[in-house]
Write a protein that binds this ligand. Structure first.
Ligand code: UTP
Length: 275
């Protein structure tokens, strides 16, 4: 069973400057809820109760968010506004949160390795909170769908979606053999390829299930694209040693790390809230 979810949240969020100068990107709200709370709720829905968050300098607001604010609670107790804190209170009581800092931002692979002390020797989930997912017509959230698949195959799994070829340079891109509809056994993976170099248009999004041998693999992985330790390079090694799956999830994803995706998500969730 997968009981822990890692949230790498140490990045600088430069695409959202100046908003992210003193506020973590993960705390930017879509409507009234910060991105990271959507992620935590998706993990809870998938049966996870232990959240491990990789933070960095200037990310204190994340810890404060998942804590009780006694002054505030006291102030609004008995007023109509009290209900606005119901959801976050539920989140706080349902799970535990632990934090560790990534001292140098050496890439997503490095951030995941930093989480080893919080995860230990067990398979775990990873959510990049700036990829906001909504399950739409599917009854399960994206992570819950992936955990079901993990129970069958017991290997690392990445979530993928088709993107226009001209956008492959923004993602890790996979190629593989389709072993079931929408499920690929990965045989190639390239980080942020140009459309000419991309092995397909199947892009990795911010949801992963990882087996714990990934930590040793990351430790041995040399810096790749952009001088960063890339999780895609480590996953490619894992795929060569055994098997890594890519899963075309059901639902919708918004790249809230970009202004366009963030606005799209805001409009979408606003419309949903009015239904
Ligand atoms: P991004 O590529 O979106 O980078 O990282 P970023 O710094 O957050 O944003 P931009 O590109 O400067 O606007 C993908 C995810 O990996 C985490 C980020 O927090 C984000 O969730 N990350 C990235 C780390 O935790 N540490 C790193 O060293 C790099």
């Amino acid at each position: 069973m997968i009981k822990k979810c890692l949230f790498p949240a140490a990045g600088y969020g430069t695409r959202f400057l100046p908003a992210t100068k003193a506020t973590p990107k993960e705390m930017l709200p879509v409507l009234t809820k910060p991105l990271i709370q959507y992620g935590v709720e998706e993990a809870i829905e998938a049966g996870i109760d232990t959240m491990a968050i990789i933070t960095g300098r200037g990310k204190r607001a994340i810890e404060d968010h998942f804590d009780i604010s006694y002054e505030l609670e006291h102030q609004i107790k008995g007023t109509t506004k009290e209900s606005l804190l119901t959801e976050i209170r539920k989140v706080i009581t349902k799970c535990t949160f632990s934090y560790t800092r990534q001292v140098e931002m050496k890439g997503l692979g490095h951030a995941i390795l930093t989480g080893e002390t919080l995860i230990g020797d067990q398979p775990f989930a990873v959510i990049l909170a700036d990829d906001l997912c909504d399950n739409q017509e599917s009854s399960d959230g994206v992570l819950a769908q992936m955990i079901k698949l993990y129970e069958k195959y017991k290997c690392s799994i990445v979530a993928i979606e088709e993107v226009p070829m001209e956008e492959t340079h923004k993602y890790g891109v996979i190629a593989g053999k389709e072993i079931e509809p929408g499920i690929f056994m990965i045989n190639d993976m390239v980080e942020k390829p140009t459309s000419e170099d991309a092995p397909s248009n199947l892009a990795i999004i911010g949801r992963y299930i990882l087996t714990p041998d990934i930590f040793d693999i990351i430790r041995k992985t040399k810096p790749g694209k952009g001088g960063e330790i890339q999780i895609t390079d480590a996953l490619m090694t894992q795929a060569k040693n055994g098997m890594v799956l890519a899963y075309k999830f059901q639902g919708k994803r918004f790249d809230c790390g970009s202004v366009d995706g963030f606005v799209e998500a805001t409009n979408y969730f606003y419309k949903e809230s009015k239904k």
